[in-house]
Write a protein that binds this ligand. Structure first.
Ligand SMILES: [Ca+2]
Ligand SMILES: [Ca+2]
Length: 260
């Protein structure tokens, strides 16, 4: 009987040790300084590394790696340009969820103090990459910040602020043609589509360091809302609206698009 008791104790200890083993998951911030930030975000089965730097010439560089998958961005604040290069990768839903989780974690961390410009860029870029349409190919492209393409009916509106509570016309195209839908800014279209017109997923956290509402983000939100609900979510429907919202996502807040 005593032997049996000992055996039970041993089994209990083994189970206890394995059950309480500290899980090394979460954000490890290696560096947070005036000239950049770097670290790694760990989950049970994968990791995301990030490294952002900023120099006196007004260039902010960011490199993100999800295992072997690399995404880079270069922002020139002086010239008003943004270069995005995803090496033609296509991210899985899980990889995009990871980027959004990392963005959320960094946003909460940075909100403790007044976040630096490059820290807000990091949070917003991760979130932007995380919200790409399904099947989106992260190619190499240069964005002129805040430059409208001159089209009045659709296309890139530069960075045009919209006000919460007002009705605006969302313009987008998909496989069934061109659409113009009237949508109330900051309304809820359905679960997952709260705060319509905000650049970012849903309404974001209350500690959000950058909240902006713009026309291009509304066009993208409504295109996604309509196409995702019909099961047709894909790069070919809303990829162009997503592309046109890049500058809004990153600089809407600096352009005063606080929704008021
Ligand atoms: Ca835009
Ligand atoms: Ca489209």
């Amino acid at each position: 009987m005593k032997h049996l008791f000992n055996l039970i104790v041993v089994i209990a200890v083994v189970v206890n040790i394995s059950g309480c083993e500290p899980a090394e998951v979460g954000l490890v911030l290696d560096k947070r300084a005036d000239d950049g930030a770097s670290g790694i975000y760990l989950t049970h089965d994968t990791s995301v590394s990030f490294n952002s730097t900023t120099d006196r010439a007004g260039t902010e560089s960011l490199e993100v790696g999800i295992e072997e998958t690399k995404l880079v961005a270069e922002i020139n604040v002086i010239n008003g340009t943004l270069l995005l290069d995803g090496h033609h990768n296509v991210l899985s839903s899980q990889q995009k969820e990871l980027l959004q989780s990392l963005s959320n974690e960094l946003e909460e961390t940075f909100s403790d103090d007044a976040p630096a410009s490059h820290e807000i860029s990091l949070v917003q870029l991760l979130s932007y990459w995380a919200q790409a349409p399904q099947g989106y190919v992260y190619g190499r492209r240069q964005v002129e910040i805040g430059t409208a393409d001159g089209s009045t009916n659709r296309g890139d509106d530069g960075i045009r602020c919209i006000r919460k509570g007002t009705w605006v016309t969302a313009r987008y195209d998909d496989r069934s043609g061109h659409h113009q839908d009237s949508v109330k800014v900051n309304s809820t279209a359905r679960p997952g589509y709260e705060c319509m017109g905000r650049c970012g997923p849903g309404c974001g956290s209350w500690w959000a360091v950058a909240k902006a509402w713009t026309q291009d983000c509304m066009d993208h939100d409504q295109c996604s809302n309509v196409n995702y609900s019909s099961g047709g979510s894909s790069d070919s429907n809303c990829g162009d609206e997503y592309d046109e919202a890049a500058d809004d996502w990153l600089w809407g807040v600096w352009n005063g698009c606080d929704g008021n």
